[in-house]
Design a protein around this ligand. Structure first.
Ligand SMILES: *Cc1c(COP(=O)(O)O)cnc(C)c1O
Length: 369
């Protein structure tokens, strides 16, 4: 017997969310699967999306490697590009698309012994001030890239700093800065992450790059009923006990019963990725009914209030987040972001539902020299 804690991933919901994202954006869309598909299992998600998507994006080359080894043949864009000459070579062998965001990466291409032409995405910094060429360097970087002889096409991209804040002018300024910096440059364009795609229609161009929304989560403060949660993080009640008024519960004795309180013990804790900062009162669902977390979250267990749920008992299903309890609500209560919570899930097994098994392909044999 294994403990009942598991992370259910609804692949049909993921495909549906992707189609919604692409439809809302128009044009084409790369499904962003970095950080193990935001905790959802990158290879399983890629296989399930393979026949639906225009391509994938990951942060690093080793994430792309895992997908190629698993037989994924779709275009894959590496969002941080290559770090050294060996990665350029591997990127060619794996047939990857590369972001180029700094001079060093142009030099790597220039000096590479690889006789190949890459599909390059030139990243322009329009205000994020993280990675990317400054707007006034964009045209020069473009010409330099072309003159390397290692480039088959250039897509122009930028990334938004505050797209989820719909009343802030910064995104409009970034769009304007991007258009000004690229007005003389040929190539397709890509501006939008999820919040950009949902909240800033005039940022929609040739390619969207949705991540978080694929997993059914939004951050721009508006509900999008078409998006379905993909991850259900769940466990069971494995014991119950009743506290008398005045008795305390758990580490730090942070919860003190104000009345007779029936407590359910749940075998999931912060070692599974449930936030330790979730306070008493955080939403949780037992057998589909909403109740609340009480007491401090432990490493391997947490405690829920069953006082109003007389039918709940040992074996009752507990949803930590999913369709009844939005991960965004748990994140808000815990002072964390939904991105962080989703990527932090660990130890509990991922169980994939509605996977399109027929799209599994044999593993790619990589030439190793
Ligand atoms: C992570 C990332 C995305 C996806 O962002 P979401 O907010 O999850 O949609 C898009 N583009 C780039 C460059 C990224 O790094």
């Amino acid at each position: 017997m294994t403990r009942p804690t598991r992370v259910r991933i609804d692949q049909a919901a993921l495909r549906s969310n992707y189609l919604y994202a692409r439809g809302a954006h128009g044009g084409r869309a790369l499904a962003v699967l970095k950080a193990n598909a935001y905790g959802h299992g990158a290879l399983a998600c890629a296989r399930s999306l393979a026949s639906t998507v225009d391509g994938f994006a990951v942060a690093f080359l080793d994430e792309a490697f895992v997908l190629r080894e698993g037989g994924v043949r779709n275009p894959i864009l590496v969002l941080e590009g290559c770090f050294n000459a060996a990665e350029i070579k591997l990127a060619h062998e794996l047939d990857l698309w590369l972001v180029v965001h700094q001079q060093e990466q142009i030099r790597l291409l220039q000096e590479s012994s690889v006789a190949a032409k890459f599909n390059v995405w030139l990243k322009i910094d329009t205000g994020m001030s993280r990675a990317g060429f400054r707007a006034n360097e964009a045209a020069a970087a473009y010409q330099q890239l072309m003159s390397t002889g290692k480039v088959s096409s250039i897509t122009l991209m930028t990334h938004f700093a505050r797209a989820d804040e719909v009343n802030e002018p910064m995104t409009a300024q970034q769009i304007e800065a991007f258009d000004a910096a690229t007005s003389t440059l040929k190539g397709e364009r890509s501006l939008c992450n999820s919040a950009g795609l949902l909240a800033w229609p005039n940022a929609r161009r040739d390619w969207g790059r949705p991540g978080l929304m694929l997993y059914g989560v939004t951050t721009h403060g508006r509900d999008v009923p078409e998006l379905q949660p993909v991850m259900t993080f769940e466990s069971n009640v494995f014991a119950t006990r009743t506290l008398e008024a005045g008795e305390s519960l758990g580490y730090g004795a942070s919860f003190v019963a104000q009345r007779r309180t029936r407590v359910g013990l749940v075998c999931a804790g912060y070692a599974d990725g449930y936030p330790q900062t979730a306070p008493t009162g955080t939403q949780i669902a037992v057998d589909g009914s909403k109740t609340k977390l009480i007491g401090r979250v432990s490493m391997d267990m947490l405690t829920v209030d069953l006082t109003e749920l007389p039918d709940a008992d040992v074996g009752s299903n507990v949803e930590l987040w999913g369709a009844n309890v939005p991960v965004a609500a748990v994140a808000r209560a815990s002072n964390r972001s939904p991105y962080e919570l989703l990527c932090s899930v660990k130890r509990a097994p991922l169980v994939h539902l509605n996977a399109e098994e027929e799209h599994r392909r044999p593993a790619l044999r990589l030439a190793t020299k």
